[in-house]
Write a protein that binds this ligand. Structure first.
Ligand SMILES: Cc1cc2nc3c(=O)[nH]c(=O)nc-3n(C[C@H](O)[C@H](O)[C@H](O)COP(=O)(O)OP(=O)(O)OC[C@H]3O[C@@H](n4cnc5c(N)ncnc54)[C@H](O)[C@@H]3O)c2cc1C
Length: 414
């Protein structure tokens, strides 16, 4: 079977890998010169089932409302003329009941935890160097009240098998001594020792090389502009290099999937939510972070990729605009510098912005579309690196006509 995978982000490439392992002939179509050049490039690299909480929670409407009034650093909601912003926001708000938030969080955690297991199978099979750090993630809080609230909330993920440890500030420093000078600003942490980190772009590019070495085709610099359909099937994808045809197709274009889907009547409520990241070289500084951390008060995530630190922050409604300016990074840089004053060379930080492909439920669209041979694997939002490996395996199983290894009720769109 020949399968055309649209999109060479982490979701598309992991899908192609799983399909190839099943014996499929795979073609990845990617508009950039390299895979993992858009959202899958600059993220925080956290494989974080412990961060599976959905954004569409009962707290979200008030956070959105406040962001209109106060110049919030973490969330920036802006009105725009784009009607899709309002239809998406309405659907998002409809998911913000406590019942739906609980359901969506548990489904997301199931997928994220499965996905981590699939990732571990892949790296047991393949030699891939991607600056993996398997020492867990510290989700730390600034006040005792916030920590207590976080611990209570975490019971939900714990009930689904997430391993957590509640740490005092001294125990936080014992896990990562590089936080010693900042410890008085930290009340304690929820430590998820089984969460991990690694550079998603390095991983994706190395995996793509393996796919090509095993006979797969990678069509880079190739932009998809539309579909040819024949009745209930997709007959081909139109690209700026001609028609690409196969037996089955996987839509994995991240934030851009709805733009293509819409052309053939597939409505995908995926909205781009912009985030920013800094990549800071350690440059011989003595106390870089040794364990990834999330500052839950400031909503800043910090990971260590070998000789670099990756810091991410901010959720901004800016449509498809990925531009950035130094002032966008001032807050996250200041927070990181205060936490790790001798952590890296902050003057040489590389700036980046990318788009999280967010769905109202915060769950991706997985499964067969209304076209019999077009499968969806898209809309992975804020933890798409985490969920990609499992989503890829499930997609390959569905294409092979096999039952996926985890229950998929609530996870599939068909
Ligand atoms: C600031 C930030 C921090 C994040 N941190 C984390 C984290 O710590 N952990 C985690 O799990 N996730 C994280 N994420 C989320 C994660 O990065 C995304 O969910 C994931 O990268 C989405 O992968 P994707 O392959 O669906 O999308 P993309 O990486 O965007 O891939 C889609 C691909 O499709 C291509 N494409 C688009 N349109 C066309 C077209 N017409 N023709 C051909 N090709 C096209 C694009 O070039 C792109 O390469 C973060 C995201 C952001 C923005």
């Amino acid at each position: 079977m020949k399968v055309i995978v649209l999109g060479g982000g982490v979701v598309g490439v992991t899908t192609a890998y799983q399909l190839q392992n099943d014996g499929c002939d795979v073609v990845i179509v990617e508009r950039q010169p390299l895979v993992a050049a858009e959202t899958s490039w600059g993220n925080a690299g956290m494989i974080a089932p412990g961060h599976s909480f959905v954004w569409s929670s009962p707290k979200a409407p008030m956070i959105l409302l406040k962001s209109l009034v106060f110049k919030d650093q973490a969330l920036r909601f802006k009105f725009s003329a784009d009607p899709r912003l309002y239809s998406w926001s309405w659907r998002f708000l409809m998911e913000c009941t406590s019942t739906k938030a609980r359901r969506n969080t548990l489904l997301k955690h199931r997928l994220a935890a499965y996905s981590q297991r699939v990732l571990q199978q892949v790296i047991a099979r393949e030699a891939i160097e991607y600056d993996r750090n398997d020492r867990g993630i510290l989700y730390f809080h600034r006040t005792q009240e916030a920590l207590d609230h976080g611990v209570a909330q975490m019971k939900l993920l714990e009930s689904d098998g997430q391993v957590i440890r509640v740490l005092s500030r001294d125990q936080v420093v014992a896990v990562d001594p590089s936080l010693a000078s900042a410890k008085h600003g930290i009340a304690g942490a929820i430590y998820c020792p089984t969460d991990e980190t690694g550079d998603p772009a390095k991983f994706t590019r190395a995996l793509a090389e393996k796919i090509v070495a095993r006979g797969g085709t990678l069509l880079t610099d190739t932009a998809v502009s539309g579909f040819e359909t024949a009745g209930q099937n997709v007959a081909g994808v139109r690209t700026d290099r001609g028609l690409v045809t196969g037996d089955a197709y996987v839509l994995a274009l991240g934030s851009y999937s709805p733009l293509l889907g819409r052309q053939i009547g597939i409505d995908l409520p995926i909205y781009p939510i912009k985030g920013y990241s800094l990549t800071i070289p350690i440059d011989g500084q003595p106390l870089p972070p040794t364990v990834a951390a999330v500052d839950e008060h400031n909503l800043v995530a910090i990971s260590r990729f070998g000789d670099r630190i990756r810091v991410t922050a901010t959720a901004e409604f800016a449509g498809y605009d990925t531009s950035h300016k130094p002032s966008d990074f001032a807050f996250m840089k200041r927070v990181t510098r205060e936490l790790y004053p001798a952590g890296g060379n902050y003057d040489r930080a590389e700036m980046w912005a990318g788009l999280r492909p967010m769905t109202p439920t915060n769950l991706p669209f997985l499964g067969r579309s209304k076209y019999r041979n077009l499968y969806l694997n898209t809309g992975h939002g804020h933890i798409g690196w985490t969920m990609s490996h499992g989503s890829a395996r499930i997609t390959a199983d569905l294409i092979a006509g096999r039952a996926p290894a985890i229950p998929t009720v609530g996870l599939l769109c068909d």
